[in-house]
Design a protein around this ligand. Sequence first.
Ligand code: AGP
Length: 612
Amino acid sequence: MCGIVGYIGNELAAPILLDGLSKLEYRGYDSAGLAVRDGDKTIEIVKAKGRLKELKEKTDGGMALKGSCGIGHTRWATHGEPSTENAHPHHSDDNAVVLVHNGIIENYQFLRDKLVKNGYSFYSQTDTEVATKLIDYYYKKYKGGPVEAMARSMMRIRGSYALAIMFKDYPGEIFATRRDSPMIIGVEGDAAYLASDVPAILKYTRSVYYIDNMEIARLGKGTVRFCTVDQEPIEKQPVQITWDAESAERAGFEHFMIKEIHEQPRVVTDTINSLVREGRVDLSEAGISEEMLRSFSQVHIVACGSAYHVGVVTQYVMEDLARIPVRVDIASEFRYRRPLLTPDSLVIIISQSGETADSLAALREAKSQGVQTLAIVNVVGSSIAREADHVIYTYAGPEIAVATTKAYSTQLIVGYLVSIELAHARGQIDDGEYGRLLTELRTIPEKIERVIEDKERIQWFAAKFSNAREAFFIGRGIDYAISLEGSLKMKEISYVHSEAYAAGELKHGTISLIENGTLVIGILTQEALYEKMISNMAECKSRGAYLMGITNYGNYNTEDTADFTVYIPKTDPHFTASLAVIPLQLLGYYLSITKGLDVDKPRNLAKSVTVE
Ligand code: AGP
């Protein structure tokens, strides 16, 4: 997946394009490029392998490129290794068509072969060059103009794409279309902008248009027109973006990740407030009624990565409160295992970006079986949000760090609230319990704040273990679900291998790996399982493990077993993941920066995996 930008107006285009790309580097950053045009002069294309700063240096911060119309791209390689040849923009041999792309074209090899038979040659290994030359082929063959050539190509292309295109014969215009890859378009004064995501253009405009799948946009100076593939005009109203530019920047923190960890109390409050009114959970904006909730006999939760870990927590909470069967699936497994869904199933897709390819495919699989789908998503207007029957937005705001923190925490909140409302609708909890749970939930933001205040101790502990080669995270029940997220945080940003284990499983093999000094992190927030957890940790200690414990205030005897203990404020056992995850986020963060790693952009990872 990649980031694309476009600009057309009266200013120098290249610096604006580079600024936009710098806000999209989290979407991919192994190479980048610009195509800029001055009036009706030749389109100039400049590309560079490596981080965006390479391109900035190559173009003198964009000042070396004249012209007020252009497109830009930052890449996360899918077809073809990172290189200048494979970097975007791609172009036809005579520069009649110049294009940037985010997505993956699944039938690109077939199309490439057809084009070769029609006299085309290729300089790169990318699917994007194929798309470019396919449009060029139709443009030259039928002479129907850009939109017609794009439409014909869209009928032939299978896969996902967000395309921004310049045509040599159409100076002063940018053409765009999308299918399953994100794109927004903004207009401000005599300028028009396009980008993969809001932060790239927020500095220039808050008034954006969401272009839907298979629609075509035509951008001019301060104008945008939309049409269908049949060239039928489409009227659209702009959406006002409430995010301020600051919230997409670092706000004074050293890294986006630590900034976003500190934002959790606020965004958790915002998410609770978005769904709880006058002491009641209100799902009406998602189109979900109590009657509908009562109609479900089972729930499937499907997601990837940390969002999947939210699903595991929600499974424990929802089954315990609502007494309904809940199954959790990794999306890339769900979509291929021919899932058995009864007509009265509810499928919940959890996704921060709303663009994760496997989660989007899982949603479509569920819809193909005719069951109700609910998306829990952070990005307004994202593909999963638009295609689900019902959508509940988390209010995490833009999450820039690749390792999720605040989005995870707000997804938990939505999971709790849906579980509570489902339990009440099904008569499994009475009004008193319902009110008690909602009242307790409102204390979570302040309790998160208190855990964050303990960060210096965790920073000290991370420094102590900066040379750790491996770690084990263990827990039972919800604590096992929390250990999954703690392990992923450590792996993805500090590159220390770790495993999350159900503590009761250790004796079935894994405990043979425990050696002298092995780091074992036990999560002990479930009071009913506390003693069993202490026994499991003692088993590890007797084999030489160094033990860190995360438990509730008051369980001070944990220190009789654990070498280092972090305490979290007491709360309802259903909500402890919201508190116990904070030390684990901080541990991963501090371990990463202690090792001098790029914590916001870990190697090999991208913020949203929009390809399989
Ligand atoms: C979590 O820190 C990772 N960035 C990753 O596991 C992420 O949660 C996963 O790719 C799902 O992304 P989504 O929520 O945007 O669908």
